[in-house]
Design a binder for this molecule. Structure first.
Ligand code: MN
Ligand code: MN
Length: 476
């Protein structure tokens, strides 16, 4: 039933119209069940990949048994020659990763790229986070990415991250995910005393500097006086991780929601959970790549860090790791990197907003995407007069339309909010800057950047089908 939905339209006048279709109307029982099964794997992924380091580890784990080998400079990369690598990955310092499957055609005919980001908004611990006040120990935070501060109070929080000791040895941290683990939390003011607080503008309702995590009340055994509560927390961290307070300076510790992702809605039509921006695109990009056996074009998934803070740094998309990899591939095949890039095709797979009728004032009433209406194709998403955006070229968009329709994928367009109401960006501009035709295709989310975001299972499943169709498209 999913073969070319356009065939179902018999009336010539219907062919003149482009209409968003609701999965509730067009997805049959079999396909809905397939979407439900697919979402189970996704929920497991979300729960194991709350930070970018965990996402890299989990993605490489998913690739196990699928013949991927770590890329080494000078390696040959060919589909047919015995003993050479046809499926490789690049682990970029544990926080970004590239997976690449050799296609049948020469690299000079271009590669198919899907890029998504594996970082999500959260609260990072400061370098000297631990302090004691009024008999309570706190962990001081600095938020990462765009958050509404008030959403982070009064919910169970977990501590995830990585500490590197002075001798270079590292230790992963995860507290608050197991049933027997304690969780953390940020206290809010009781409504009885919040009269003045509630009159403050939303941005100042909870000041960013007040997002301090309550860590404990008990004192160091036998100690008395100021500092005994803080020292007791350090004792616990030392017992568990063999670290001192100074080691927290060379640590990446993040506070994230402690609750797991799960089915959402009485009809189980959605997935609710933290970090779906952008893991709701990351997971289908990976499953689509891992399912691509011998694609016509070389297929590549790039999972980047630091998108939420501007894509800077060694693991962000403005870093050199992707270009360096393409240089390596070019060298191994005797091609020119710039030829490979300009012949390639990139889908920037990131989330976009869905229309929500309780807040009609921020949405375009005619052009907005809707939850449960399939993947969103969007050409631009920036601010003001199309600043900060790729604004995909018409030829690129037409190519994608053909791929989606040929595969019978349910898709729609989205504006990402009213003109001048929106302020956002995706990775597409960084790929376009390398002279790669690039367009955005992602999944609609509700409550984006909140501790508990919602995606429709139908849209998630359509992302997998769209990405699979992209990677396995026939040559032109
Ligand atoms: Mn995003
Ligand atoms: Mn985001």
């Amino acid at each position: 039933m999913t073969k070319n939905r356009g065939d179902a339209m018999h009336e010539p006048e219907d062919k003149l119209l482009f209409q968003h279709k609701n999965a509730a109307d067009v997805m049959g029982k079999t396909e809905t069940e397939a979407a439900d099964t697919y979402a189970e794997g996704y929920i497991g992924f979300l729960n194991r990949a709350k930070t970018e380091r965990e996402a890299v580890t989990e993605a490489i784990r998913m690739a196990q048994g699928k013949a991927f080998v770590p890329w080494r400079q000078g390696m040959s990369f060919a589909a047919d020659a015995g003993g050479t690598a046809a499926r490789v990955y690049v682990n970029q310092r544990g926080k970004a990763v590239i997976f690449c499957v050799r296609g049948k055609r020469p690299l000079s005919e271009g590669i198919s790229i899907i890029s998504s980001h594996i970082d999500s908004p959260r609260l990072d611990l400061k370098m000297r986070p631990l302090y004691e006040e009024a008999g309570m120990a706190y962990l001081d935070t600095h938020y990462y990415g765009g958050i509404k501060t008030y959403q982070w109070t009064g919910i169970p929080l977990a501590l995830h991250g990585y500490i590197v000791r002075k001798d270079g040895s590292g230790v992963p941290v995860c507290i608050g995910e197991e049933r027997e683990d304690p969780v953390l939390f940020i206290a809010d003011l009781l409504p009885h005393l919040a009269k003045t607080q509630m009159e403050r503008p939303g941005k100042e309702l909870v000041k960013a500097e007040d997002l301090d995590v309550l860590a404990g009340l008990r004192s160091f055994p036998g100690a008395s006086g100021e500092g005994r509560i803080k020292r007791n927390i350090l004792r616990i961290l030392h017992e568990k991780y063999h670290i001192t307070e100074e080691d927290l300076i060379s640590a990446e510790l993040s506070v994230v929601p402690a609750f797991p992702a799960r089915d959402l809605g009485l009809d189980r039509s959605m997935v609710g959970g933290y970090g779906q921006d952008d893991k709701v695109c990351v997971y289908p990009a990976l499953t689509a790549l891992f399912a691509a056996e011998a694609p016509e074009y070389t297929a590549c998934v790039v999972l980047a860090d630091k998108e939420e803070t501007g894509s800077l740094g060694m693991t962000g998309m403005q870093g050199a790791f992707f270009s360096n990899f393409i240089e390596d591939l070019a060298e191994s095949s005797g091609e020119k990197a710039r030829v490979i890039l300009s012949q390639s095709f990139c889908l920037s797979a990131d989330v976009n907003t869905a229309y929500y009728p309780l807040y009609p004032e921020v949405f375009d009433p005619h052009g907005e995407a809707a939850l449960n209406h399939g993947v969103i194709l969007f050409r631009y998403w920036g601010r003001g007069g199309k600043e900060n955006t790729n604004d995909a070229q018409a030829e690129t968009v037409a190519n994608l339309r053909r791929i989606l329709d040929d595969a019978g994928v349910l898709w729609q367009t989205g504006e990402g909010g009213q003109v001048d109401a929106e302020s956002s960006g995706t990775l597409s501009r960084f790929f376009a800057a390398l002279d790669i035709p690039t367009v955005d295709l992602g999944v609609p989310l509700l409550s984006m950047h909140s501790p508990f975001e919602a995606a429709a299972k139908a849209d998630l499943y359509m992302a997998h089908r769209a990405f699979a169709a992209f990677f396995t498209r026939p040559g032109q």
